[in-house]
Design a protein. Structure first.
Ligand code: 7PM
Length: 259
């Protein structure tokens, strides 16, 4: 999954597209580099970021989804927690809901049930404005599992098919460095759900903290983290550096096939 951030403040991917055509070209570039899903987002979830209005988010993502759809049938996910944005994005041709709030915003779960498309449920402790103030768990894996249990049950009871659910532990979303490392090392424990696992580690501050490197210098660390996530059972990795990640995963696949 390649990240396509349509936000003026997307610090981590340098994604500043002055028009939808440029953003669509970046999506096509990521596809040619090996991405099979493009994640289109118009709302920054950066800690302390200013909330974005529905109209603002729509004006960012809908023209980009339409521009990509004119050129390609690539699978598109809409990175949004707002039911109005999700509805219009799916109508414009998006295929998957990627919600960092795991359908906990008002109306989101009902909208997902109505649309009957795959949805990624991401774990986040607290909310973006406060999540990194004091992340606290007794056992981070147990608590993420309890969260998944609750959200899966809520989704199924609303009419969302269980086999349309993707699970994501939410690296960096209300977690300390140690919590993130524990989640990555124990990612295999989520295999019991028999659902696809998505991992987003690309360019995140946990990598910067380990290496003392700025966001622009985390490509090798991001590729390594993505590979580790796949080895631990992730089916989908959300990445900025698509070409480099695809190379690492191709080597892994070749070695795996040889065993
Ligand atoms: C600021 C803070 C900017 C955090 C961008 C981010 C994930 C996601 C994001 C993830 C899923 C980033 C994040 N991260 N969706 N959206 N999983 N499903 O680093 O880990 O890209 S935004």
């Amino acid at each position: 999954m390649g990240v396509l951030n349509i936000t003026p403040d997307s610090f981590s991917d340098g994604g500043r597209y002055s028009n939808p055509e440029d953003a669509a070209d970046q999506a096509l570039r990521m596809m040619s580099e090996g991405a099979s899903i493009i994640d289109v987002g118009g709302e920054s979830t950066r800690p302390g970021a200013n909330p974005v209005s529905v109209d603002q988010e729509l004006s960012r993502v809908i023209p980009v989804i339409e521009a990509i759809r004119k050129k390609s049938n690539v699978v598109l996910s809409i990175d949004s927690s707002k039911p109005q944005v999700v509805a219009q994005a799916i109508a414009a041709g998006a295929n998957i809901i990627n919600d960092v709030y795991a359908l906990r915003q008002p109306g989101a779960i009902e909208m997902a049930a109505l649309l009957q498309v795959p949805v990624c449920l991401m774990h986040m402790q607290e909310k973006p404005q406060t999540m990194q103030l004091k992340p606290d768990y007794v056992d981070v894996v147990d608590e993420v599992k309890a969260f998944f249990d609750e959200r899966i049950a809520a989704c199924v009871s609303q009419g969302i098919r269980r086999d349309n659910i993707i699970l994501d532990p939410g690296f960096g979303f209300g977690k300390t460095l140690q919590h993130n490392l524990t989640l990555l090392s124990r990612l295999n424990e989520f295999a019991n759900y028999r659902l696809p696992i998505l991992a987003g580690l690309s360019r995140k501050s946990m990598l910067g903290a380990l290496l003392d490197k700025d966001v622009g210098d985390r490509a090798a660390a991001s590729v390594t983290a993505a590979l580790l996530a796949v080895i631990k059972g992730a089916l989908i990795v959300r990445v900025h550096d698509v070409a480099e990640t695809a190379e690492a995963l191709m080597i892994y696949q070749a070695v795996k096939n040889a065993t």
